[in-house]
Design a binder for this molecule. Structure first.
Ligand code: ADP
Ligand code: MG
Length: 703
């Protein structure tokens, strides 16, 4: 028997069991060794029978006095009853529907039993305990017992039995991690780790074993990013020289002074794009920290060098808003700016928006302008990724709110940056996100990216006051809103759903989830019949959405009932109240984004949360949100509560194929990075590591 032996050849694996294992990708012994427990039951303490207490999880060691099957009158189930004693007393034991126990345990046997104690009128009893005959090295009892993610059709005992058979083979697995790293990082050898994760001697052993296996994963992620970094470094990008004088003039023309971290970020970008290898940088900055203007500076510099830029946004509303802001920012500069979304295209400084031409013709003209170089900056949605869109001399690709694009789309965008330039070349690449990412996490998720962090908000912003409002105080809240409107402010009301019947998709969901359309009815007819209320949601046509946003921005409505379409980017400085219905339906990072729609000017702003959920957990989460204004802290908390999959998209964390390691394993992440740094310059020499990366990639690919 060796690592490549098929699982079907193990003792006591039938055809069915090996089929089940295979369906999980467990084909041979090596695969099975890598099927890890997800928790452990602590059955180490051997308790005297006289000391059994109700409700405790215990192990006893004793002799079977009697054991027999009988059939229950009422339920027709088979009940196995036994009496087990040690020198301090005896205890009744009962199992249900496991008549075969009689085959393995006979009276007179010495056994370990691990399970829960139940005390009734007749004294203590063990109900359905795990049993094992007395021996020195136990598998199922009297130790830290591994509990595996259940495989349908197999019991814990069966899985444990299979793994206990093969665990000695762990010693034959070659440790692929270089010795120096193992030593320097204080790791245990791979074989020890494999033994320790399945059958830990104690907590310390378990900790060391888990750390080693987590380290493996994190280290491979690092190596993989390094390889892709090296690949990218081989590409050539246009050199964009820093046009200091013009950039300074532009900055001086802004109606505000850049914050320190805006300046640093801009400087980092301008440095990067002046090099021949393509920039790959992420700007991470809290909502409202002013990322757009940094992007604009970069695009301006690219324009001054005679290249085109493209800026992509995840929604049409946001694309249109960027288009408008850029036109404003560059009002004194002859930059030709175009907009292209699925349903919309326009361009300034040549043909004024549309100009009565029909839409198809405008679109065609813009696509041809992109190709001939008659537009300098293109703003749009993924419509820009269409085959027909080809740039003449693309210098910079910017993706705003990049976490809102899917993995496939992000790949397409990157490919576009590369394809547009021909073989071996690429445009520079900048992504931006307002879902703040703790630095360690950013390095992990985007290991092959450089990160700039805009860590402060522009001065003068007032702290947004957040309140979780009791259902009974709803009228008071409406009174407050009316008051704000009287003072000239505007209000967002965010609801989780568009229309009530869309709840059909969530059969088990809370029926009280608010929908935009019914909320709009209520607000406009009952609560605020005298105010100007409008609704907005993602299913409206792009033109309608735009028009509503433009009019809201212009102050034509007081209250906008909407969905998460306004989650990212939307900038309406006059709005001072963000009211969120069904707040429990949103993640903390998302709530923070909503909150970021207000407080974008000098007015004191408010975020009012409503929830119909009585769940203690969601209330706690909302309470935390109430007291925390720092997006980074919220993102970390979100990570803790919901895990990276939900916060940053399953694809992003799934991509890395982490099975044990968590993105919150900060210390290990740092260790893995440090270790990777040592060998990256000479990676080709470490063939066992490279082989491991390849195996791992194949595996990820198959899963
Ligand atoms: P985000 O980082 O969320 O994309 P924006 O770029 O939309 O933020 O900027 C938010 C608002 O702050 C905009 O109205 C912008 O004009 C303004 N702004 C940006 N930088 C500064 C600054 N340094 N001082 C004052 N206001 C600024
Ligand atoms: Mg933005």
């Amino acid at each position: 028997m060796d690592l490549t032996t098929p699982v079907s050849e193990l003792t006591r694996v039938g055809k069915t069991a090996s089929k089940i294992l295979e369906s999980l990708g467990i084909k041979n012994i090596k695969d099975l060794l890598h099927y890890f427990p997800f928790r452990y039951e602590d059955y180490r303490a051997i308790v005297d029978i006289s000391q059994l207490r109700d409700g405790e999880l215990v192990t006893i060691c004793g002799q079977v006095e009697l054991i027999a099957n009988k059939r229950s009158f009422k339920t027709k189930r088979v009940i196995t009853e036994a009496l087990v004693s040690d020198k301090t007393g005896s205890v009744r034991v009962v199992w249900f529907n496991q008549p075969f126990i009689l085959k393995s345990i006979k009276s007179g046997d010495r056994v370990y039993l691990s399970g829960k104690v139940k005390v009734d009128m007749l004294g203590a009893q063990l109900v359905s305990p795990v049993y094992e005959k007395y021996k020195k090295d136990t598998t199922h009892t009297a130790r830290l017992v591994p509990i595996y993610p259940l495989i349908y059709g197999l019991t814990q005992k069966q899985i444990r039995f299979l793994i206990s058979q093969i665990i000695p083979l762990a010693d034959t697995i070659a440790d692929w991690l270089p010795k120096d790293i193992i030593e320097a990082m204080d790791l245990v050898p791979l074989a020890n780790a494999l033994r320790g994760i399945h059958f830990p001697v104690d907590e310390h052993d378990l900790q060391l074993s888990t750390d080693r296996l987590k380290f493996n994963e994190l280290f491979l992620v690092q190596i993989k990013s390094e390889l892709s970094r090296q690949e990218k470094a081989a590409l050539k990008a246009p050199v964009i020289m820093f046009q200091e004088e013009e950039i300074k003039k532009f900055v001086a023309s802004l109606p505000f002074i850049l914050t320190k971290t805006q300046k640093i970020s801009a400087w980092e970008i301008l440095q990067d794009i002046s090099k021949v290898s393509p920039m790959n940088r992420l700007i991470s900055g809290d909502v409202g920290s002013g990322k757009t203007v940094v992007a604009a500076m970069s695009m301006y510099n690219v324009f001054l060098n005679g290249y085109q830029s493209v800026m992509m946004a995840p929604t049409e509303i946001l694309a249109y808003q960027h288009y408008q802001s850029l036109i404003r920012l560059f009002s004194n500069i002859p930059i030709r700016i175009g907009l292209l979304t699925r349903s919309q295209s326009q361009k300034v400084h040549i043909t004024q928006s549309g100009n009565g031409e029909d839409a198809a013709a405008t679109k065609k003209k813009i696509i041809s302008d992109i190709k001939s170089g008659d537009v300098d900056i293109m703003v749009g949605t993924h419509a820009l990724l269409s085959e027909s869109v080809n740039f003449k001399n693309l210098g910079l690709v910017i993706v705003d709110e990049q976490h809102r694009f899917g993995v496939e789309q992000r790949k397409e965008i990157k490919n576009k940056a590369i394809r547009s330039k021909g073989k071996g070349k690429s445009a520079h690449f900048l992504s931006m996100t307002a879902t703040p990412i703790p630095r360690s996490l950013a390095l992990m998720v985007y290991g092959d990216l450089d990160v700039s962090i805009i860590s402060e908000l522009p001065p003068g912003r007032k702290k947004i006051i957040t309140k979780l409002v009791e259902p009974l105080s709803r009228d008071k809240a409406y009174g407050f809103i009316r008051d704000q409107v009287k003072q000239g402010r505007q209000v967002f009301v965010v609801c989780p759903l568009i229309e009530s019947d869309s709840m059909a998709q969530f059969p088990n969901n809370n029926l009280e989830k608010k929908s935009v359309l019914s909320e709009y009815e209520k607000l406009s007819k009952q609560v605020f019949p005298d105010l100007r209320v409008q609704y907005l949601h993602g299913k409206l046509k792009a033109k309608e959405k735009e028009e509503i946003m433009v009019r809201f921005k212009a102050g034509e409505f007081d209250i906008l009932a909407t969905t998460s379409v306004i989650e990212v980017g939307v900038d309406v400085p006059n709005a001072s109240v963000m009211m969120i219905e069904g707040a429990e339906s949103f993640g903390l990072a998302q709530l923070h984004q909503f909150r970021g729609r207000v407080g974008r000017s000098i007015y004191q702003s408010y975020c009012l949360l409503f929830t119909s959920s009585g769940s203690e957990k969601s209330l706690q989460r909302l309470k935390f949100f109430e007291g925390e204004n720092n997006g980074f802290k919220l993102a970390e908390k979100d990570l803790e509560i919901r895990g990276p999959g939900e916060v940053y998209g399953t694809e992003q964390s799934g991509e890395m194929n982490l099975r044990l390691a968590k993105l919150t394993d900060r210390e290990l992440i740092k260790k893995a990075r440090d270790a990777a740094k040592v060998i990256v310059s000479d990676l080709q020499k470490f063939s066992s590591v490279l082989q491991q990366v390849r195996d791992w990639e194949v595996k990820t690919h198959l899963e």
